[in-house]
Design a protein around this ligand. Structure first.
Ligand SMILES: O=C[C@H](O)[C@H](O)[C@H](O)COP(=O)(O)O
Length: 235
């Protein structure tokens, strides 16, 4: 990531927090590199406005971010209903459908998003695309039960074509293990159109736990550019 991309992330995160976070809310905190700037902005505002938020994490990383920034940590047990969730994305299409999970977090993110009244996405403008699969070329992340990864790989390739790759760790021998103790398959597809059908077919394969396709979940996406300008896409 260059400084220019970072400027976009900061701009998008700051604007999304300024416009949508309100005192007393239950806020879902996403995962990745962009959410770091949103949490920093929330913490800044919290110092002067006493926001009194309860923050619900979507990952181990988010949990640490919340605590390191002096915010109140909650859980779905204490707060099953969430006012807003803020999160990053790997790709956002023209209808604000998303590919997520490039950083290995998707299942908890999707659960939190599903419990939130509104989901706001923050990203640098490289993530903006008209059709899913245009800018994110590493495939759709799919969380799978470890004992089922091999048949799931084969079934995905038989049903949809493309290549279903087991995500391997870089500083550890063997596969990436998610916060939930599962494996990830990155499915590199070719020219798929009907994402809703694909998503439900994927979830119909025994062993598939969740997909990184976030369809019809987002209220607005904030894209920041290297000059600090932000474009907001709503549905
Ligand atoms: O697995 C990671 C999450 O889905 C992230 O929200 C997504 O990868 C975007 O991350 P970043 O903000 O680093 O681009």
């Amino acid at each position: 990531m260059t400084d220019r991309d970072q400027i976009g992330k900061i701009a998008a995160a700051t604007q999304a927090v300024n416009e949508n976070v309100k005192a007393g809310q239950i806020v879902g905190i996403g995962s990745g590199s962009t959410i770091v700037f949103a949490v920093k902005r929330i913490a800044e505002r919290n110092k002067t406005e006493n926001l009194n938020l309860i923050c619900i994490p979507t990952s181990f990383q988010a949990r640490q971010l919340i605590q390191d920034n002096g915010l109140i940590l909650g859980s779905l047990e204490t707060n099953p209903e969430i006012d807003i969730a803020i999160d990053g994305a790997d790709e956002v299409d023209g209808d604000i459908n998303l590919i997520k999970g490039g950083g290995g977090c998707l299942m908890q993110e999707k659960i939190i998003a599903s419990c939130a009244k509104e989901l706001f996405i923050i990203a640098d403008n490289r993530k903006d695309s008209t059709t899913l699969g245009t800018t994110w070329t590493k495939g759709v992340p799919i969380e799978v039960l470890p004992m089922a990864y091999r048949p799931v790989q084969l079934k995905i390739e038989q049903i949809f074509g493309g290549e279903a790759k087991l995500r391997m760790a870089s500083n550890k021998a063997g596969p990436v293990v998610t916060d939930n103790g599962n494996f990830l398959i990155d499915w590199i597809f070719d020219g798929v159109q009907d994402w809703h059908q694909v998503d439900s077919q994927l979830k119909g394969i025994p062993g598939v736990i969740e997909t990184g396709l976030f369809l019809n979940m987002t209220k607005a996406a904030y894209f920041g550019s290297p000059d600090g300008k932000v474009i907001v896409r709503t549905k």
